[in-house]
Ligand binder design. Structure first.
Ligand SMILES: Cc1ncc(COP(=O)(O)O)c(C=O)c1O
Length: 401
């Protein structure tokens, strides 16, 4: 395994906001303040002997940017500092992170248990891709702890879930499921995209691996794709490093640099977007045309107590169901002007999605119903605009229903 130069600061004991401004910096001989962007595919060596030592892992340093690059290492180091993880590996997208976290450790004959309420592509990976390689999968009701217990077999190697779920914002009991995973000897992977690293720490709750689409809040400004896998050093050594090195789902150093700088403002952005989201949820809940508002920190959320226990805030996402199905939902989407129609999330700009015709469109109506996705459901990723402007925009949508 390639060993990399160590970051220059020991950040133990410092708070998250400080760690994510200073974490992971590898400063060059030029003493730059802002982190450098190293656009290089490969590296040169002083001698053949040094090159041999690098390849043998006897000397720290970079070899080839498919699996090691100083800018990418800074992004990984900063994510570790933020999440309290021993190791991190960045990938080209969130889906590359999800796929690698599973495939790197599984083989034919293994079994995976996953919650059925998943982002569409994550569900494709567990439900369709893994079985093609002889890996059995059970999709269960993630909020039901007994269902996790019952699904365990002696071949069970991994548990996979997201919480809050996309798009229905169900809250799954990460600490409770972690105990079941431990007893089963299964590796517990949590997709923490909706919560963000600021509001939920799955490793502290007992998960073994956390994955992110860094495309979302970590960039937060809609510029580039990226993903990251956080785990123990052991997992990287035993499984991940070789898989990433040999299969190559690598992030570009440029994207890693954008994400590295994006993280510096993550707490400020999440705080503002979350405060907007809570206010928008309360506003929508007062309207009679809205059948249901889903926001984890509202008392009417079915897992409100659990959300309060495992999250530091209700998050930047909300969902709501409109009376009148798809037609009414489309009229709402077409009437809002500030909140743009987009399937992305975690952006400075507020974005609205109709999951039944976009992210979850390829599922049958029955499967969507099973995931709680009705034709009248809309999801908003709340951004950084002024709250009153957003509420005025929602009023435009409500008038059009
Ligand atoms: C929960 C969740 N996981 C993973 C992904 C995939 O991320 P990416 O688009 O960066 O591949 C998304 C994207 O929307 C998501 O919402």
């Amino acid at each position: 395994m390639t060993t990399l130069p160590r970051p220059i600061l020991d950040l133990k004991g410092l708070r998250p906001e400080t760690r994510l401004v200073h974490g992971g910096i590898l400063r060059s001989q030029f003493g730059e303040n802002a982190e450098a962007l190293y656009l290089t595919q490969s590296y040169v060596y002083d001698s053949a002997e040094q090159c041999e030592r690098r390849f043998k892992g006897e000397e720290e340093g970079f070899i080839y940017s498919r699996y090691s690059n100083p800018t990418i290492a800074m992004f990984e180091g900063r994510m570790c500092a933020l999440e309290g993880a021993e190791s991190a590996r960045a990938t080209a997208t969130g889906m590359a992170a999800v796929t690698a976290s599973l495939l790197c450790q599984l083989k034919a004959g293994d079994h995976v248990v996953a919650a059925k309420a998943l982002f569409g592509s994550c569900r494709y990976v567990v439900e369709e891709l893994l079985p093609r390689f002889g890996i059995a999968v059970d999709l269960i009701e993630g909020t039901d702890l007994d269902a996790w217990k019952k699904a365990v077999r002696k071949e069970t190697k991994a548990f996979f879930l997201e919480s809050p779920t996309n798009p229905t914002l169900e809250i799954l009991d990460i600490a409770g499921i972690a105990k079941i995973a431990k007893q089963a000897g299964a590796c517990f992977i949590v997709d923490n995209v909706f919560a963000t690293p600021m509001l939920q720490s799955p490793l502290e709750l007992g998960a073994d691996i956390v994955v992110y689409s860094a495309t979302k809040h970590i960039d937060g400004q809609g510029r580039c794709l990226g993903g990251v896998i956080l785990s123990s050093k052991q997992f990287v050594t035993d499984h991940l490093q070789t898989f990433l090195r040999q299969t190559g789902p690598s992030i570009s150093p440029f994207n890693a640099w954008v994400l590295l700088k994006g993280i510096e403002t993550l707490p400020l952005r999440v705080e503002k977007a979350q405060s907007n989201a809570a206010k928008l949820a309360d506003f929508l809940a007062t309207n009679k045309q809205i059948k249901k508002v889903i926001y984890p920190f509202r008392k009417d959320h079915p897992q409100y107590e659990l959300a309060k226990k495992q999250m530091k805030g209700g998050g930047t996402m909300l969902a709501f169901e409109i009376d009148g199905g798809k037609d009414a939902a489309f009229r709402f989407e077409n009437a809002v002007q500030l909140i743009r129609i987009s399937n992305n999330l975690g952006d400075a700009k507020s974005l609205i999605t109709h999951p039944a015709t976009t992210t979850h469109q390829r599922f049958t109506p029955e499967a969507r119903t099973g995931m709680g996705i009705s034709d009248g459901l809309l999801r908003i990723s709340v951004g950084l605009e002024h709250t009153d402007d957003l509420i005025e925009d929602l009023q435009r949508g409500l008038k059009a229903i």
